[in-house]
Write a protein that binds this ligand. Structure first.
Ligand SMILES: NC(=O)c1ccc[n+]([C@@H]2O[C@H](COP(=O)([O-])OP(=O)(O)OC[C@H]3O[C@@H](n4cnc5c(N)ncnc54)[C@H](OP(=O)(O)O)[C@@H]3O)[C@@H](O)[C@H]2O)c1
Length: 335
């Protein structure tokens, strides 16, 4: 059984953030409010942007290049919060500088990159993890405990979606294949990783998509097949969807209310009764993944059992398979 630990109790690490954009600010807010982690440096392609971010969150140092951040000897762990197409080169930069690395989702553009990162971290004996923050949230820990205790019985079905409507803009990171844009990598990873957490890797996938004029997937659906069940996955950038998840087992059903991928509760439906579970959190929820990295790095571990890098490699392969079926090709990849 897993225990829900207070992120505030995790030993402090010195963090360097690469890419002072939207998610970096949200994660920094959680870091400051709900952990004892220390943001010691920020790196950006622009010194001004790095300085503004450092001022806002009280980081002592700002750098106008990612290489300078990676070279900072006081940084223990680098959080890569840049766009998808830069995750691989920046993770290589940070690992080659000897840092523990937390890489935003989606981990890399394709499985070949994911494998190279896993190999590099393995050779160097360094910590590496994809920032799939949902897995570390209290309700997900509780649900894994329910599943392990047999409360759901055998899980035979899962359904999850993740859609927010955006106006089409071929220059936005959401719709630009040149930066790894599209529903699959931006948000489809949440329901896919949820299915993998409870059902493992599928034996087969059948995917279908609506492509934007830019070639990015604006919306996709996938049926994941398992020896004894299915998962239905949906993700969209053109409509807002309920963002609930349901798991059905032979003993009970569980509803994870909207937005299941962020701090929320659980409902267990069995024998005509509904049992609810909820835990208040202090930050926006990112404090739990930061605390996991801090605990594992201070234990000397090279990864997390909750979001192992080997699973990121496998699931990036599943994303490749889905892209193959829906016709999404990154520039430079053979079509
Ligand atoms: N975990 C979550 O809840 C969550 C939520 C949203 C996004 N994300 C993930 O976080 C990552 C960043 O998303 P975001 O919304 O924060 O993006 P963003 O604010 O648009 O950009 C993040 C940073 O990426 C760098 N960047 C922007 N455009 C670039 C380009 N064309 N080439 C190279 N670098 C570029 C910039 O850093 P510089 O200052 O150095 O230019 C920017 O500050 C993505 O992997 C995304 O999927 C995660």
């Amino acid at each position: 059984m897993e225990t829900i630990l207070d992120p505030f109790d995790a030993p402090p690490l010195n963090w360097g953030f690469m890419g002072p954009g939207g998610i970096a600010a949200t994660v920094a807010e959680s870091l400051v409010k709900a952990t004892r982690q220390r943001l010691v440096a920020v790196g950006s392609r622009s010194l001004e942007r790095a300085e503004a971010f450092a001022r806002r969150f009280g980081a002592p140092r700002a750098y106008g290049s990612y290489a300078a951040l990676a070279a900072d000897p006081e940084v223990d762990a680098v959080y890569i919060a840049t766009l998808h197409h830069t995750h691989f080169p920046l993770a290589v930069l940070a690992l080659e500088a000897g840092k523990a690395v937390l890489v935003e989702k989606a981990f890399t553009l394709n499985q070949a990159e994911a494998r190279q990162l896993a190999d590099l971290a393995g050779r160097r004996g360094l910590f590496l993890m994809e920032a799939m923050w949902t897995r570390f949230l209290p309700h997900m820990i509780e649900l894994r405990n329910w599943a392990a205790a047999g409360r759901l019985g055998e899980i035979r079905y899962l359904q999850a979606d993740f859609g927010f409507a955006h106006d089409y803009d071929p220059t936005s990171r959401m719709f630009d294949p040149a930066v790894g844009g599209g529903a699959l990598l931006d948000r489809g990873v949440y329901p896919l990783y949820l299915a993998a957490d409870f059902l493992g890797l599928p034996s087969r996938v059948a995917a279908s998509a609506t492509l934007a004029p830019s070639g990015a997937d604006a919306q996709f659906s996938a049926i994941l097949d398992y020896p004894r069940g299915q998962a239905l996955i949906e993700s969209s950038m053109i409509v807002t969807t309920p963002q609930e998840a349901w798991l059905a087992g032979t003993e009970a059903m569980v509803r994870i209310p909207a937005r299941y991928w962020s701090p929320t509760g659980l409902e267990l439906h069995a024998d005509g009764k509904v049992e609810t579970w909820r835990r208040q959190v202090v930050g926006a929820g990112y404090e739990f993944e930061l605390a996991e990295v801090a605990r594992r790095v201070s234990d000397g571990a090279t990864g997390s059992a909750v979001m192992p890098v080997a699973e990121s490699v496998e699931l990036t392969g599943l994303l490749d398979q889905i892209r193959g079926q829906i016709g999404v090709v990154w520039p430079g990849e053979a079509g």
